[in-house]
Design a protein around this ligand. Structure first.
Ligand code: FPP
Length: 265
């Protein structure tokens, strides 16, 4: 059992936290935030109402992750396919929502020492969105707590393609023709600076990776909840961590392996 409960947790969060094993705390959790549309439909609301409510779930989850000392949280906010296959009105709404979210949330990022980053082909987004993203990165660059990464205009396959092209460009610059191995690809992934992905959470019950962190998920545990994203929160995050701690991780071997965990502050 943990010796002290972090400040600011709700009663239920604190209760769940107190049951966690400090020796098996994940270092990196990623979430496929799905089900905003269905959440809205059940309430006879337009899809964008689901996205708007999804922001509250992001806020609550990030706050809890940061309070419990999770080192890295990666959220799948917008895929390459979302960009191509959704009505323009919805994608424009999501871009506006992201801009507003980053601005409104900045005081909380600073208060909780959260460092904001983005992965994906987000340099293809409209200039005003990129400007806000650059601003959020710069404003939080010296924060040392939770690394909060939003995957935006992200695709797992395009990430691997980008990594390979980056290796080829580097070897052309250096005039060498080294063979590409796993280590080289890992070093050129968008996530090269993040801890190994321990736990991948998906909301709304779908059993798919949806092109998210394909390389990184090779040995991560997967937790699927029926909760729709707007109903997700810190309590559900802690429930996912509790379930993660019951899993026996073997990384392809026959014995359970517990990678060293970072002790939350
Ligand atoms: C999937 O639900 C969700 C998205 C495509 C967008 C994720 C956006 C948010 C969580 C809103 C706020 C986030 C930020 C960072 C501002 P869906 O629309 O595919 O739901 P459905 O499968 O039920 O239709």
């Amino acid at each position: 059992m943990r010796s002290s409960i972090p400040a600011g947790l709700s009663h239920k969060e604190a209760e769940l936290y107190s049951r966690l094993d400090p020796a098996r705390f994940p270092q990196h959790i990623a979430i496929i935030m799905d089900g905003n549309g269905r959440w809205a439909k059940r309430r006879h609301l337009p899809r964008i109402a689901g996205h708007r409510s999804g922001v509250f779930a992001v806020r609550n989850t990030v706050q809890c992750a940061s309070r419990i000392g999770l080192p890295a949280l990666t959220l799948y906010a917008f895929s390459v396919e979302n960009w191509l296959r959704r009505p323009k009105t919805e994608t424009s709404f999501l871009m506006g929502l992201l801009r507003r979210y980053l601005k409104i949330e900045m005081p909380a990022f600073q208060e909780h020492n959260v460092r904001v980053q983005f992965i994906g082909r987000w340099r293809e987004l409209p200039a005003e969105v990129q400007e806000r993203m650059d601003w959020a990165i710069a404003e939080t660059a010296s924060n040392t707590g939770l690394i909060l990464t939003f995957a935006i205009n992200y695709g797992g396959r395009s990430e691997i393609v980008d990594a390979v092209n980056s290796i080829l460009a580097q070897s052309r610059r250096n005039g060498n023709h080294a063979e590409i191995d796993e280590e080289a690809i890992e070093q050129h992934l968008y996530t090269s600076h993040l801890p190994e992905l321990d736990l991948l959470v998906r909301t709304s019950g779908e059993m798919r990776l949806s092109n998210f962190l394909l390389w990184q998920a090779a040995y991560s545990e997967i937790f699927v909840t029926d909760a729709l994203w707007p109903d997700f929160n810190g309590v559900k995050l802690l429930e996912a961590i509790a379930e993660f701690q019951t899993r026996e991780r073997r990384f392809g071997g026959i014995h359970a392996i517990h990678p060293p965990s970072v002790q939350p502050a």
